[in-house]
Design a protein around this ligand. Sequence first.
Ligand code: SF4
Length: 505
Amino acid sequence: MEFLAGSLLELIVQTSTNLPPDVRAAMSMTAAAETPATQSAQALDIILSNVDMAADDTGAICQDTGMPTFVVHTPVGVNQIHLRKAIHAAVAEATRLGKLRPNSVDSITGKNSGNNLGPETPVIHFEQWEEDEIEIKLVLKGGGCENMNAQYSVPCQLDHLGRADRNLEGVRKCILHAVWKAQGLGCAPGALGVCIGSDRAHGYELAKGQLFRTLDDVNPDANLAKLEAEIMEEANKLGVGAMGFGGKASLIGCKITAANRLPASFFVSVAYDCWAFRRLGVRLDASTGAIARWLYRDPARKVEKLAKSEGFALTGREVVLTPPLTEAQMRALKVGDVVLITGEMFTGRDNVHAYLMKNPPPVDLNGAVLYHCGPVMLKEGERWTVKAAGPTTSMREEPYQADVIKRYGVRAVIGKGGMGAKTLAALKDFGAVYLNAIGGAAQFYARTVQEVLGVSLMEFGIPEAMWHLRVKGFAAIVTMDAHGGSLHADVEHATGAALETLQKA
Ligand code: SF4
């Protein structure tokens, strides 16, 4: 198996950096159909540029490279213990090269292993089969979309949709409800894998397994094919839009399977993947480990550029912000304004926010910009460089954010997906804003970082440390302002009304 290590590394690198053709085609169609010059269209422009940048530079499409999940089929006689060790080694090497973010955290101590290895990470499912080759499929699904997975036990009562019964109509309601609940938190537009039936644990596994189908395939079961088509049509009438900004697209795919269940149980399990839908596979020669062929992509075909323009088309109406920021500057901003930040900012996510509840900040946060981001960083000599740096889901910081703003004078919080009522009230009371950056646009934002000025709280590990960055032209949209305005609340309300229309239709 002299080629096995190289083949596995290539599979991981390509999956992390090069979106498969079916997802590219779906995102291209989504962008073409969006109303020009809307916030959703601007987000899609950045997303498409980011996909191109990632493929050009073999950089991670999104900084959250997720829980690596491998599905492996082996001919009888192949040593699975050997294969598992080789997959572990390839995952560690891809992490060392900055193609995967160190994402494996001890759930008891909170310590990051630093190499994506640890109890039950990566996830590897083995199956035997009667073919001669080894097949390895890989999906990298990030935490933001993983947190948007949903499981329903029907019959149940759903917001805006009423009762979901134990039939396909009830299943339809559950799936639409999951799309509505996700809003932009999972970096819409998303792709769904769904399982009807099974038990709780296996239902989720089967739902995730549906993400290995290509977006343009047709379900061989006529009932499920019909349901998939209905969901695509109806979900895309809800108006979630890219990043939940409001717009035409909510989904780029919906794939459904059904499994037998216990008489007493009826689960609908939904695996929500984001637009950064990273999934590839290879067939390997079972004696050498060499790649016999790729699944989902044709490496001989040139990767076509997706973006029609260079990322974010500037209009001249953007507000340039140079931290430290003042209360007056923040109160002058309104929902919908586009800002360009030039100057210094600090990253801070879950561990940093928890730390700030009990300890003073390691840096002066007065007038500061706090970026919810867990970047991919590499140390080259004595210098840190940013390899990927998009926003993470802000809602996780909702229990802390208002206090952080109040205690330390933070003026702008950047993240994705928006925040809740407590933060909105703090923005109003203390004169600050929430800025939505484009989720998953890790290469786009990494290019705005001119210098890594320092790092604090490194004991939390690379994604959770507080990085001190100097950026230039960092673009984001004001989605929560100091006047009580929230685009997220508006879109949630409007899409809820749209769900009710579908219910009555
Ligand atoms: S695109 Fe968004 S949801 Fe997907 S992995 Fe990246 S940050 Fe998470």
